[in-house]
Design a binder for this molecule. Structure first.
Ligand code: FAD
Length: 824
């Protein structure tokens, strides 16, 4: 066994071996995988082996497509069979809503270059003769889908990793992880101690126990999962070719052929956690006791939808545990706050995803970043709020909803409310309809008196439409008040703060009392964060960013400080997201409201656009930032939690005679469409560069400090971007007028393909209705030559729920293009 390695991978399930393979393949062969027992001895050995590409998150879908394509490569390299079967996959819809869902998936497949497309019911019957096609409204077919042998796949990865120079040691539990002062690790195993520069926890069912060795509690929960194998079926035996893998969402079942029988798996409503606290160390290659009672209602539905099953008995039941994160996606990447400790766990569909997980992780470790945005899998998308109880509730919700639609405007109910601000009750009493992000409740919109504060989940315009329109009108004509507690805030201070931040952010740091917008770039010059930085004092900075990013941005700051060898005395970094809450007032009357609450000069000279001041507002000490995301005159007022409610009450009282209105996040997001403003995680994310996102003005390649990604940003400036972010105005009302299906009008949501001259030239990152401009708007990345070309302005089409909706390019913001209102 090697005793000094670059990386020690803990766990030889399908995830661990894929990580090892990719590390070795991408140029880091001095890696050791340590397996407690035999390879596959966790969840992997009993998996059903179904592989499919469709996933609501496009980057996870891409990662799944990569994984499926990889099986040929590792089979050839290792000489070990992956037991591949590729009869293709059918995705069935038996409700109009599911049909819409499949339309969105098909649309996405177009720009991703995947083959998924609708097939007729005759074709369904040809590919899977068991299906009673009368039950369904539509079906999508993906030729790449199928099933594999989990053990063959694991061994093929393992042999391929060894081929590239890595080592695997079996029957060797890791007992402890001890970090050295330089950040490297002593990995204590039964067969001795290994020194590793970095460790990766791929412990699957035991990932929690490995995490506890370094003092972290990873948010994952093992769930029981069952599938049955029927007796042999004549319809299968007689079919001649293998029947397609099939997902029947409303029937809540996945099926594949197993010999001449059928394997049927389901995500039961009454899904059951397994070993909620600790996975027993002596749990080996064992199955759990079958519980067919939980399966019975599914079997009845299956008989209706596949009538041939009615005569076949059940030959075998498999009940095994596998792990779920609260949102069902893997947890990968460096764990915030613990240098050189990485995870690749909670991979709930390892045969579909482990290849992509291994690739992303290896790129991240070797190159400093994965080549695509992995936010949906990043362990840093959770923070301290994702406690054991939270994970217990959310993971179960996710399990039972696995085959249910989650609509873009839907907020799932488990573990709600989890985190609230001191103003929660006051806003609730005013009809707030709540959403949650990073565990924190925030108002989406306010139901006026007499209206039930509930939003109907839909892919189309919802019942919130007219109420959001009123909130937008209040801001454009008078003044609106929005809670902004859910923004992330960081404070960086100390004698080394200026130089430290200057080496991170791409823009110049602002002068004292001023604010600047700035991206942080990845080493390859892509967007890593989008922040507003304010300087409160020479050596004290406050930064604001997306509420989804506190742990990820803190990880970046802390890692950088660690790498530079700076002490806390030189650079103090605090995540103030939880203790600094606040309110945003915006609209033409917002200055009047603020002026009534403070003695300070809030005129356009006293508090200029992008000024930052410590102000007493209504007796509350605040940090006031004159910023605007709505495109109106506006102020963000931050205060500590104990003052938050008093500040709200003061603002409401001061704005009463001006007809101040509470607004929620939906109105806020609608107003950005008037202005063509992008947001983090949609328009701005590591998939895009500043040149593509229109952020080049905030990237100062001529500044002295060598900020992260500077060389790459300079190269992009010279080369010019290949695609660009644009605003499209869609003719959605016409496209959906007289809709034969009688549905409401739909705006683009995200990930719809954009066509020009019949060719797919880009995709939507977010869409919605700009109430003030009365326009259905989509922000989209399109080929750069189409972003400027006058002739192109009328020629776009966006595929929305299966309709081709004509669109024109908006060359400038739809509202106040000169920005006079927010600066005035
Ligand atoms: C019934 C069932 C059906 C499934 N069907 C499918 C399917 O059709 N398609 C699909 O894609 N997925 C399926 N899955 C999910 C799939 O099994 C998992 O996603 C996958 O196995 C996870 O692999 P892993 O490597 O992350 O974890 P695991 O397989 O649990 O591997 C973790 C490994 O780490 C080792 N380990 C842990 N702690 C230590 C330590 N301290 N020292 C050394 N070694 C350690 C363990 O021994 C184990 O081998 C199914 C799961 C179940 C339960």
């Amino acid at each position: 066994m090697r005793t000094d390695v670059d990386v020690a991978v803990i766990g030889g399930g399908v995830t661990g071996v894929s990580v090892l393979y990719h590390l070795a393949k991408l140029g880091m062969p001095n890696c050791l995988l340590i397996e407690r027992s035999e390879l596959t001895a966790g969840s992997t050995w009993h998996a059903a082996g179904v592989i499919h590409t469709v996933n609501s998150d496009p980057n996870i879908a891409a990662m799944q497509a990569y994984t499926l394509a990889l099986y040929d490569e590792i089979e050839e390299l290792s000489g070990v069979s992956c037991g591949m079967h590729r009869p293709g996959g059918i995705y069935l819809a038996s409700t109009p809503e599911r049909l819409d869902y499949l339309r969105l998936e098909r649309a996405k497949a177009r720009y991703m270059g995947m083959e998924a497309d609708f097939i007729s019911m005759d074709e369904v019957k040809r590919l899977n003769p068991l299906i009673n096609t009368d039950e369904y409204l539509g079906a999508l077919f993906e030729p790449a889908d199928g099933h594999v042998d989990p053990s063959g796949v694991t061994n093929a990865y393992a042999q391929s990793a060894i081929h590239h120079g890595a080592e695997i040691v079996r029957n060797n539990p890791v007992h402890d992880l001890v970090q050295r002062p330089d950040g490297s690790w002593d990995v204590h195993t039964e067969k001795g101690t290994v020194h590793a520069e970095a460790v990766i926890n791929a412990g699957g069912l035991w990932a929690r126990e490995v995490g506890r060795m370094v003092g972290v509690e990873h948010p994952l929960l093992p769930m029981e999962h069952q599938y049955v194998i029927t007796e042999e079926l004549a319809d299968i035996a007689d079919h001649g070719t293998e029947i397609a893998v099939t997902i029947d969402y409303e029937g809540n079942a996945y099926t594949r052929q197993e010999g001449n029988a059928l394997l049927i798996g389901t995500y039961e409503e009454a899904g059951r956690p397994w070993s909620a606290d600790t996975t027993p160390l002596d749990f080996g290659m064992r199955l759990l006791t079958p519980d067919l009672d939980r399966f019975v209602d599914r079997i009845e539905v299956a008989h209706q939808r596949m009538p041939a099953l009615a005569t076949a008995g059940i030959a075998r039941v498999v009940n095994g545990p596998f792990t779920f994160a609260p949102d069902g996606n893997p947890l990968i990447g460096p764990v915030p706050g613990i240098p050189n400790y990485w995870v690749a766990c909670a991979v709930m569909a390892g045969l579909c995803q482990a290849g992509g997980v291994g690739l992303c992780l290896a790129q991240w470790l070797i190159d400093g970043e994965p080549e695509m945005d992995v936010y949906a899998m990043d362990v840093g998308r959770f923070g301290g709020f994702a406690s054991k109880d939270y994970t217990y509730l959310k993971s179960q919700e996710n399990y039972r909803r696995r085959f249910m639609i989650t609509y873009p405007n839907e907020e799932l109910p488990a573990a709600r409310p989890w985190r609230t601000t001191p103003s929660y009750d006051a806003l609730d009493a005013q009809g707030a309809v709540w959403g949650a992000s990073f565990g924190l409740e925030h108002a989406l919109w306010f139901a006026p008196e007499g209206v039930e504060p509930v939003e109907t989940p839909t892919f189309r315009r919802s019942n919130a439409f007219e109420h959001v329109a009123e909130e937008v009108r209040a801001v454009r004509e008078r003044v609106g008040l929005l809670e902004i507690a859910n923004f992330a805030k960081y404070e960086v201070s100390g004698p080394g703060a200026e130089a430290f931040l200057d080496g991170i952010v791409a823009n110049h740091l602002p002068k004292r009392g001023r604010l600047a917008l700035t991206p942080i770039l990845t080493p390859a010059g892509r967007l890593a964060a989008d922040l507003t930085v304010g300087r409160l004092d020479d050596d004290r900075f406050l930064l604001f960013g997306s509420g989804s990013m506190p742990a990820i941005t803190m990880r970046l700051f802390l890692q950088r400080r660690f790498e530079l060898g700076l002490s806390e005395d030189e650079v103090a970094i605090r995540d103030r997201s939880e203790d600094l809450l606040g309110w945003s007032i915006s609209g033409p009357d917002s200055r009047e409201v603020l002026g009534r609450l403070t003695d300070a000069d809030v005129s356009n000279h006293g508090l200029r656009f992008r000024d930052l001041r410590e102000l007493e507002v209504g007796g509350v000490p605040t940090i006031a930032a004159r910023l605007s995301f709505t495109g109106e005159l506006g102020y963000e007022l931050y205060c500590t939690a104990e003052h938050h409610e008093a500040l709200r009450a003061g603002i409401v009282a001061a704005g009463d005679d001006l007809d101040l209105r509470m607004i929620g996040g939906r109105a806020f997001l609608s107003m950005r469409f008037d202005k063509g403003f992008g947001v983090w995680n949609l328009e701005f994310r590591p998939d895009f560069t500043p040149g593509e996102a229109g952020m080049s003005p905030f990237v100062k390649v001529d500044k002295i400090a060598d900020f992260i990604g500077k060389d790459a940003a300079r190269a992009e400036l010279e080369r010019g971007p290949e695609r660009r972010l644009v605003t499209l105005v869609l003719d959605a009302d016409t496209a959906f007028a007289g809709d034969p299906e009688g549905g409401d009008v739909a705006d683009a949501i995200h990930d719809e393909p954009v066509f020009h001259g019949g060719e797919c030239v880009g995709f939507v990152t977010s869409g919605g209705y700009a109430h003030h401009s009365r326009a259905s708007v989509a922000l989209a990345y399109v080929s750069a030559h189409l972003a400027d070309d006058e002739a192109a302005h009328g020629g776009f089409e966006v595929e929305v729920l299966g309709r081709m909706v004509s669109a024109r390019l908006a060359p400038e913001p739809l509202y106040d293009p000169a920005g006079e209102r927010m600066r005035g």
